[in-house]
Design a protein around this ligand. Sequence first.
Ligand code: ADP
Ligand code: MG
Ligand code: ZN
Length: 478
Amino acid sequence: MKYEVVIGLEVHAQLKTDSKIFCACSTKFGSPPNKNTCPICLGMPGSLPVFNKTALELAMRACLSTNCSISPMNRFARKNYFYPDLPKGYQITQFELPLGLSGHINIQINGTHKKIGLTRIHMEEDAGKLIHGENLGSPGKSYVDFNRTGIPLVEIVSEPDLRSGEEAREYLTQLKAILDYAEVSDCNMEEGSLRCDANVSLRPQGQQEFGTRTETKNLNSFRFVQRAIEYEVDRQTKVLEQGDSIVQETRLYDSNKGVTFSMRSKEEAHDYRYFPEPDLVPIEINSEWIQRTNDALPELPEQKRKRFVKDYKIPEYDAGILTTSREIADFYEKSVLLYTKPKIVSNWIMGELLKELNSDGRKISTCPIKPEGLTDLLKLIDDGTINSKMAKTVFEEMYLNGKPAKEVIKEKGLIQITDSSAIETLVDQILLLNANQVEQYKNGKEKVFGFLVGQVMKESKGQANPELVNKLLKDRIS
Ligand code: ADP
Ligand code: MG
Ligand code: ZN
């Protein structure tokens, strides 16, 4: 039997506020344990929450930038459960009246566009963090850090519109870009400010009704989301093919082993005994406020992507990559101002720059090469000082040492050989050494020419001007 994969994602994004959602404690990451706490976020009896208006405005931005409509009437709800990281014994969240409803974002998958629906976006507070002694050299003990308790979050729930791990990853990439552009969240996955739960089910190809789903919780990297989904798809396929049925449950992903495993059976809404939060008044949001918030939104990734294609005449593929983060897009635009060949700049950023950044996990904001440095290098190719192959070597050195291109070129003695007679000498040498290949080329084996060019380039230690090598080789052979 052929199965269709059905995926819906729940994403928790931490809102970029200075203080927590219901108290004045700092949201600063990395403070000493339990430093950022007060009676409210520690859940002391008798303390009262006060709602943070900035959190609401950021959550509204999240809704508006993902095409959600904003409900004019908002109410918080209590979600009751016991866990040691939840001092109140309930989480303040939204239930029957979420802030945002029925949005969508567009993703591109293998060059085709796909619209992914958003069911809802609601606001809630984060829970604390348990630290188990095994990791601290005191096995058998557990510690709790309440610094995270009460940090404002939005939960963004997608429709079950995704059909593969790859689509899920693309959706997350787009969503992260939107939240980053709209300045809703810093989306720092290492610090846990973006986390994802993946709901996965299978159904026989052609069947309308959805199959039973599992939910894999707390995935903190896009790669893990994709892998956990792919693992679940394999696992569920095997279960179904054996004639067994899928158990609806919550699972966890072990990134070391690359497997998901069962955590607990799935809880239902009624298990939480949701009820309206009595300590907070409902919030009315009028249309002027919504309009004002919408007007204040900056250019979003999709708009920027379209503008890049139109203004810089670069392929949509390039524009997609260059707009995955605001910082990369800004780097690109600054570079194009300094060096007006947009496709060449795009090639260098997508190829060399992002390759280096990905390999050492750096952000472009801390990149040792700035737009000025990159474009100075490109100008040195244009004026013939170096060829593009040498430029790649220079680029690597600039990235390592932060030195300007000219300095690297001088230190390494990397001046391009543009003197025809010097290149002619090399060409003759190579022709002499490769008489067989020359014969083959003359007999119509065109491919051999590339080999000969390569030999001359190699002999020149990569420093010969490639166009000249081509020209002189042709001249000499004929
Ligand atoms: P819960 O709180 O039980 O997790 P939510 O409604 O908050 O429920 O979220 C459910 C998520 O699961 C949504 O993203 C939804 O698209 C997805 N989903 C629902 N049914 C299925 C299914 N059969 N297969 C895959 N995903 C599903
Ligand atoms: Mg869920
Ligand atoms: Zn507090």
